[in-house]
Design a protein around this ligand. Structure first.
Ligand code: ADP
Length: 153
């Protein structure tokens, strides 16, 4: 083998790995939850991004750490501000599907300068999406470690 052939083998392997292999469980809050509740959930669940859903469990937005910090700098009481008014709202949320390739997710994280994406599937009710998972920079770091260890993936 030459070095180049090995690099090609690795590259081909990486391009076949789907989101499904490296996903985490999603943590969701309702649109009507307060900023205070969202901050508490973030600490308790130990995640950096919360997905926001409506009463039908359809994805409506995303709330990040900095979104919550920004809201906390305002004058209003954090118990009275719903996350629905500070979140990044659909259709501006970048999503992915279970069978998407992880390399394409990694490219989206870089181009959009975000930490993670919700993994979704179509609900069957209208154009709604339900959240089935979460994929973040941490999951992609795990993939890098597995590749370095030459684990079967
Ligand atoms: P932080 O804001 O804590 O640095 P991010 O870099 O992930 O975390 O988020 C940056 C901004 O992008 C935030 O305003 C957040 O609401 C938004 N954001 C986060 N994830 C997504 C996503 N999947 N699609 C669209 N916007 C997102």
């Amino acid at each position: 083998y030459t070095g180049k052939q090995n690099a090609e083998i690795l590259s081909d392997k990486v391009k076949t790995i789907t989101v499904d292999h490296y996903k985490s469980r999603p943590v969701v809050v309702n649109e009507s939850s307060s900023v205070y509740e969202a901050i508490t959930t973030m600490f308790l669940e130990d995640v950096g991004t919360l997905f926001v859903v409506d009463k039908d469990s359809t994805l409506t937005g995303v709330v990040s750490r900095k979104d919550l910090l920004r809201a906390s700098l305002g004058q209003k009481s954090l118990e009275t501000i719903p996350v629905g008014i500070i979140m990044t709202r659909m259709p501006n949320v970048t999503v992915c599907y279970e069978d998407d390739f992880i390399i394409d997710v990694a490219k989206k994280l870089i181009s959009k300068q975000i930490d993670g994406l919700p993994i979704v599937r179509k609900t069957g009710r209208g154009s709604g999406l339900e959240v089935t998972g979460r994929i973040t920079k941490t999951n992609i770091t795990s993939l890098l470690v597995d590749l370095a260890n030459n684990e079967s993936i």
